[in-house]
Design a protein around this ligand. Structure first.
Ligand code: ADP
Ligand code: MG
Length: 383
C-alpha cells in the first residue's frame, strides 16, 4: 500500500496533506529471552508494517485515529499525564520521550493503521513506537541516529507504557534490511546483517491465536530469576554483569549451587546465547539443516527450562516437525501463546501452510493464522 492510499484515509479524518511513515513488526529466528540478559538475538523485520500519517497542528493536541481500534483519541502534550492504560500510551510515550530529548513538538493529527497482527508476539508495539517517533520527529524536522531512535522507543515502552522489554524489537524495526536477518549483540548494540537464502527457504509464521494472561507477570519473574543467577554465580566468577558473561562450561562448574528453578532459567539463557552464535556460523556456511536443529533445540529449552511455552505452541511445533521440508520449528516471542517460527524449504511451503492449518485446528479446535514472511526494510518515510 502506498502513500496515496494513506493520504486518502488520513483525509477522511483530517483536513490536511500528511507525511507518511512506516515501521515493521518482527519475528525472532533464535535468541529468545536473551536480550534483557545482555545476550544475542537474531530477528528479521516482517513485510508487515504499522503506518502513521501525520500533519502538524497549531495547538498542542495529538488527535489520533487508529484504524485497527476504530477509535479517535486525544492527548494533550501540555499536561504531564502519565499512562492511561490505553493504546494511545505508545504514541504519548514517544512524544514524552522526544520532549525529554528537547524536541519541542507541536500538536499533530495522526492516522495510524497496521497489518502487523496486534498482540500476537510480532511486536506491533515496537512498530507503533518507531513509526510514531519518525512521524513526530518530522513535525520539527528532527533527526535521531538509528540506534538512538531504537533506544527512544524502548524507553517509551519501559518508562511510559510500563513494559520492561529489551531493545530487540525496536532495534530490528529500525534496522531491518531486505533479504537479511539481523544478528544483534544486545549489550554493545553491534550488529551484522546476515543474508537469508530466499531461493532455498521461507520463514513461515504460525499464529496459535491464543494469548494466556500470564505474560507480563511471568516475564518479570523470569527477569528476577536471571538476576538471581548472576548474583549467586558472581561469587565464583567475579566481574560478571549478566548471564551473557557466563559460558556454558563455566555454568556447568557451578550449577549445583543454584536453586532448581534459577538453574533451569540460567541454563536456558546461557545455552540459547551459544545456539544463537552457532546459528550465525551455520548460516554463513549455508548449513540450513544445522540452523534448523538449533531452532528446534531452542524450543525444547524454552519449553522445559524457561517454561514459557504452552500447550498450543507445543502442538503447533510438533505438528510442523512431522511435515516434509521443515528444517526447524520453535515458539517465538515472549511465549504463553502467540506464534511459532518455521524454516521451510521453498518447494514445500504451499503444502506446509495447508497441512499445518488443518492439523492445528484438528488438535485444538482453533483456526490458526499462517504468514509466509520475507525479511524486509526497516522504518522509513513512504513517498
Ligand atoms: P505485540 O507487540 O506482540 O503485538 P503488545 O502487547 O506488546 O503485543 O502490544 C500490543 C499493544 O500495542 C496493543 O494492545 C495496543 O495497545 C498497541 N497497538 C499496537 N498496534 C496498534 C494499532 N495499530 N493501533 C492501536 N494500538 C496499537
Ligand atoms: Mg510488544
Amino acid at each position: 500500500m502506498d502513500k496515496i492510499y494513506f493520504a486518502d484515509k488520513f483525509k477522511s479524518h483530517f483536513n490536511a496533506q500528511p507525511r507518511v511513515f512506516r515501521a515493521p513488526g518482527r519475528v525472532n529466528l533464535i535468541g529468545e529471552h536473551t536480550d534483557y540478559n545482555d545476550g544475542f538475538v537474531f530477528p528479521m523485520a516482517l513485510n508487515n508494517y504499522t503506518t502513521v500519517a501525520i500533519s502538524p497542528r497549531d495547538d498542542r493536541a495529538l488527535k489520533i485515529w487508529s484504524e485497527n481500534m476504530a477509535e479517535m483519541t486525544a492527548v494533550d502534550l501540555n499536561d504531564n499525564e502519565s499512562r492511561r492504560g490505553h493504546w494511545s500510551d505508545y504514541v504519548a510515550g514517544i512524544a514524552r520521550m522526544l520532549e525529554l530529548e528537547s524536541f519541542e513538538l507541536p500538536g499533530a493529527n495522526i492516522y495510524l493503521e497496521s497489518d502487523v497482527p496486534v498482540g500476537a508476539g510480532l511486536s506491533s508495539s515496537a512498530a507503533l513506537e518507531i513509526s510514531s517517533a519518525l512521524a513526530l520527529l518530522s513535525t520539527v524536522d528532527g533527526k535521531l541516529s538509528a540506534a538512538e531512535l531504537a533506544k527512544l522507543g524502548q524507553r517509551a515502552e519501559n518508562q511510559f507504557v510500563g513494559m520492561n522489554c529489551g531493545i530487540m524489537d525496536q532495534f530490528i524495526s529500525v534496522h531491518g534490511e531486505k533479504d537479511h536477518a539481523l544478528f544483534l549483540d544486545c549489550r554493545t548494540l553491534d550488529y551484522q546483517q546476515v543474508p537469508l537464502p530466499s531461493g532455498q527457504i521461507r520463514v513461515v509464521i504460525c499464529n496459535t491465536r491464543v494469548k494466556h494472561e500470564l505474560n507480563s507477570s511471568e516475564y518479570n519473574k523470569r527477569r528476577a530469576e536471571c538476576e538471581k543467577g548472576v548474583r549467586i554465580m558472581i561469587a565464583d566468577f567475579p566481574g560478571i554483569k549478566a548471564l551473557r558473561d557466563v559460558s556454558l562450561q563455566q555454568f556447568q562448574q557451578v550449577e549445583n549451587k543454584l536453586p532448581d528453578i534459577v538453574r533451569k532459567r540460567c541454563r536456558h539463557v546461557i545455552s540459547e546465547d551459544e545456539r544463537t552464535l552457532e546459528s550465525i556460523d551455520a548460516l554463513n556456511k549455508n548449513d540450513l539443516q544445522r540452523f534448523g536443529e538449533l531452532m528446534n533445540a531452542s524450543h525444547e529449552s524454552l519449553r522445559d527450562d524457561y517454561q514459557v511455552s504452552c500447550k498450543e505452541l507445543d502442538i503447533m511445533v510438533e505438528e510442523a516437525r512431522t511435515l516434509p521440508g521443515v528444517l526447524g520449528s520453535r515458539m517465538t516471542g515472549g511465549g504463553f501463546g502467540g506464534c511459532t517460527v518455521n524454516l521451510v524449504q521453498v518447494n514445500q511451503v504451499e503444502n506446509f501452510c495447508a497441512e499445518i492449518e488443518k492439523r492445528y485446528q484438528g488438535a485444538t479446535g482453533i483456526a490458526p493464522k499462517i504468514y509466509i514472511s520475507s525479511p524486509s526494510q526497516g522504518a522509513h518515510e513512504t513517498f
